[in-house]
Write a protein that binds this ligand. Structure first.
Ligand code: NDP
Length: 314
C-alpha cells in the first residue's frame, strides 16, 4: 500500500482544528484535515455561542463551524472524513491510520481530537441508548416537545441544556449531586428564573426504568446520609451533561497525558514531547475548554508546525 506523505496533518474539526487549518493553509503548508464522527466538533451541538468575540448578537454553533470550515477551505485545506484509529509517532515520519486502512505519513501532526461526553456508567444508559438517553440536548431535544425530561449535571453545559430543553419540554428536572451549581452566575440565574426548570440538589440518579424506552428515573437524595431519601420520577428523556473525556487514547504510548487523559504540552505552548507533534483544543485543555481558547491553541500549533518545518528544511 502506498503511503501518502503530507507536511501538516490536522486531526479534528472543532475550532482548534479549523483554526490550525486556516493558519497552516495561509502558511502554504498544504494541510490535510480529517474530520471525525462529529464534523464541526462539540460546538455543532451547542445552540447559541454568545461569548465568542466579534458576534454581538451571538452565533449558532453549527453556523460558526460551517464558517470556519469554509475559511479553512479558502486557504487550501484538504478536508476529509475519517477516524484516526492508529498512531505511530516518530520524528520526521509520523504515521496515522484512518478507518483502519488509510495511512498518512506526516512531518507535523496537530492533534485536535477534542473530548467526548461522559456518561454516569449505569447499565440503564446502555439499555436505553437512543430510547430516551442522550448526551446532546440540541441533537435530540426536538423529540421531547411537551414531554418531561431530566438533565444530569451542575456545570455550564447542564444549565445550557436545561435552558434549551425548557423551550421544548413541558418540565425539566436538573439533577445536581452537590448542594450548589458549578455553572457561571449568568447561567445559574437563567436556570433559577425558569418556571419550567426544577433543580434537584444533592441528588444522584441510580437507574432508569420503562418498558418502551425511558419512562422514569430512580433517584437518591443525600446519598449515604442518615436522612437519605430514595424515590423515582416519571420522565421521558434523560440527558447527560457531566463533562467530557479527552480523545487521546491512540496517542498515549508516545506522548504524556494526565490521569484523566488530557495531553500534556510544554508550558503554554501546544508542543508535545514528540518533535513536530502538537495538541490543540479540548484534548489538551482541562481548564478553559472554550471555543476561543481552542481556536487560539489551533493557531499556535500551526505557527509551531510552520517554524518546525522551516528549521528542518522540510
Ligand atoms: P463541568 O466539568 O464544568 O461540570 C460537570 C458537572 O457534572 C459538574 O456539576 C459535576 O458535578 C457534574 N458531574 C460530573 N460527574 C458526575 C457524576 N458522576 N454524577 C453526577 N454529576 C456529575 O463540565 P461542563 O461540560 O458543564 O463544562 C465544561 C467547560 O465548558 C467549563 O469550563 C464550562 O464553563 C465551559 N462551558 C461554557 C459554556 C458557555 O460559556 N456558554 C457552555 C458550556 C460549557 P460537581 O460540581 O459535583 O463536580
Amino acid at each position: 500500500m502506498e503511503v501518502e506523505k503530507v507536511r501538516c496533518l490536522i486531526i479534528g474539526s472543532g475550532p482548534a482544528g479549523y483554526t490550525a487549518a486556516i493558519y497552516a493553509g495561509r502558511a502554504n503548508l498544504s494541510p490535510v484535515l480529517y474530520e471525525g464522527l462529529q464534523p464541526g466538533g462539540q460546538l455543532t451541538t451547542t445552540t447559541d455561542i454568545e461569548n465568542f468575540p466579534g458576534y454581538p448578537e451571538g452565533i449558532s454553533g453549527p453556523q460558526m463551524m460551517e464558517d470556519l470550515r469554509k475559511q479553512a477551505e479558502r486557504f487550501g485545506a484538504d478536508i476529509r472524513f475519517g477516524i484516526a484509529t492508529k498512531a505511530h509517532l516518530k520524528e520526521g515520519a509520523h504515521r496515522i491510520t484512518f478507518d483502519g486502512k488509510t495511512e498518512i505519513e506526516a512531518a507535523t501532526v496537530i492533534i485536535a481530537t477534542g473530548a467526548t461526553a461522559k456518561y454516569l456508567g449505569l447499565e440503564d444508559e446502555k439499555k436505553y441508548a437512543g430510547m430516551g438517553v442522550s448526551a446532546c440536548a440540541t441533537c435530540d431535544g426536538f423529540f421531547y416537545r411537551k414531554k418531561v425530561v431530566a438533565v444530569v449535571g451542575g456545570g455550564d453545559t447542564a444549565c445550557e441544556e436545561a435552558i434549551y430543553l425548557s423551550g421544548l419540554a413541558s418540565k425539566v428536572y436538573l439533577i445536581v449531586r452537590k448542594p450548589f451549581l458549578r455553572a457561571s452566575k449568568i447561567m445559574q440565574e437563567r436556570v433559577m428564573n425558569s418556571e419550567k426548570i426544577e433543580v434537584l440538589f444533592e441528588t444522584n440518579a441510580t437507574g432508569l426504568f420503562g418498558d418502551n424506552g425511558v419512562e422514569g428515573v430512580n433517584l437518591v437524595k443525600r446519598w449515604g446520609e442518615a436522612d437519605e431519601e430514595r424515590y423515582s420520577l416519571p420522565i421521558d428523556g434523560f440527558f447527560l451533561a457531566i463533562g467530557h473525556q479527552p480523545n487521546s487514547e491512540i496517542f498515549k504510548p508516545y506522548i504524556d497525558t494526565d490521569e484523566v487523559g488530557y495531553i500534556i504540552t510544554e508550558g503554554t505552548s501546544p508542543r508535545t514531547k514528540v518533535p513536530g507533534v502538537y495538541a490543540a483544543g479540548d484534548v489538551a485543555d482541562p481548564h478553559y475548554r472554550q471555543a476561543i481558547t481552542a481556536a487560539a491553541s489551533g493557531c499556535k500549533s500551526a505557527i509551531e508546525a510552520e517554524r518546525y518545518l522551516m528549521e528542518k528544511g522540510l
